[in-house]
Design a binder for this molecule. Sequence first.
Ligand code: PLP
Length: 392
Amino acid sequence: MVSINENYNALKESYLFTDIAKKVAAYSQENPDKIIIKMGIGDVTQPLIPEVVEAMKKAAAEMGEKSTFRGYGPEQGYAFLREKIVQYYQENMAVSLEPDEVFISDGAKSDIGNITDLFSQKNVIAVPDPVYPVYVDSNVMLGRKIVYINATVENNFLPTPDALQEGDIIYLCSPNNPTGAAFTKEQLEAWVNFAKKNGSLILYDAAYEAFIREDIPRSVFEIEGAKECAVEFCSYSKTAGFTGTRCGYTVVPKKLIFGGASLNKMWLRRQTTKFNGVSYVTQRGAEAIYLPSAQNNIRKTIDIYRKNAEVIAQTMEKKGIWYTGGKNSPYIWFKCPDGKTSWEYFDFLLRTCGIVCTPGSGFGKNGEGFIRLTAFNTYENTVEAMRRLEQI
Ligand code: PLP
């Protein structure tokens, strides 16, 4: 007789994006002439850069020749890609890693969900509120105790450890989804010091690292001591438009020892058992991102989104609306004017401006009364959307 994992019953149904889609569909039907501008979903819109496409074509051709065909690759990822990542950390962040501290995966979401395998039921899980829902749901599935770290206007949506009573495993995301807020060095140091003092582990989500332009940390490992208390997840999804191509990596330092066990060894064991690696073609595509011309091109692509974010931020300033994000992130998180709830303002924006946003309440209780706008639409559409918003 099969007995199911009843923790799945504790998962909250997520209707956020289905409800948004339903409302948008109803509005389009009632107003067929209105042009709707979508600034809700966090998916990229710019194509892959030519260097990536060429590298993938070449790798696909290699797979079609007997002499260059490759079968199963290393579960941890090909050395050619891990070495490029190590070099990138050294050159851009002055962080020294070893290639066997880097694990290639099909994206950050899988690794963030899968890393829960390494920890026992006893751990208290601390997640920020508002939050990228994967941190919560992957722990609910295992019946873990979850506590919330309040992110609010008072702390600019960048909570400090003072707000935390307990937490063995702490999820941090900077630049943040959904708020776009990004930790300064001092703020991140406070978290690393807290984790070291309490024997906690930080699971650091750096999926939006490539959007950082100010002088703030791109990696948690820029903070002294972080290699003893943090794992870092990174993704090519937003860096290089890989949301559909699928590739990312996780850094698990060898200095991470808990209960006498090496997390690096445990993660390697986990991956070799349950994962068979990312396709050769994809990894060659990811490797091409590190070519100097490619770095230039991905920067240009990100600058398109950053320019959109600036346009949105300027409108918020003109209208005197409280907001965060937009500087080192493709997300702008703003407070609904007139004390409206997130869904009330969602309806208002859709009906008066034809703009689709994401209601902040979908990301946790502290998201109520806030809206997330994304900078992933075209420049023209973003300008038009903000023109409409400024008129109301
Ligand atoms: N982490 C955060 C904060 C995200 O917003 C996303 C995607 O939206 C991911 C991780 C997932 O990234 P990937 O596409 O690499 O799975």
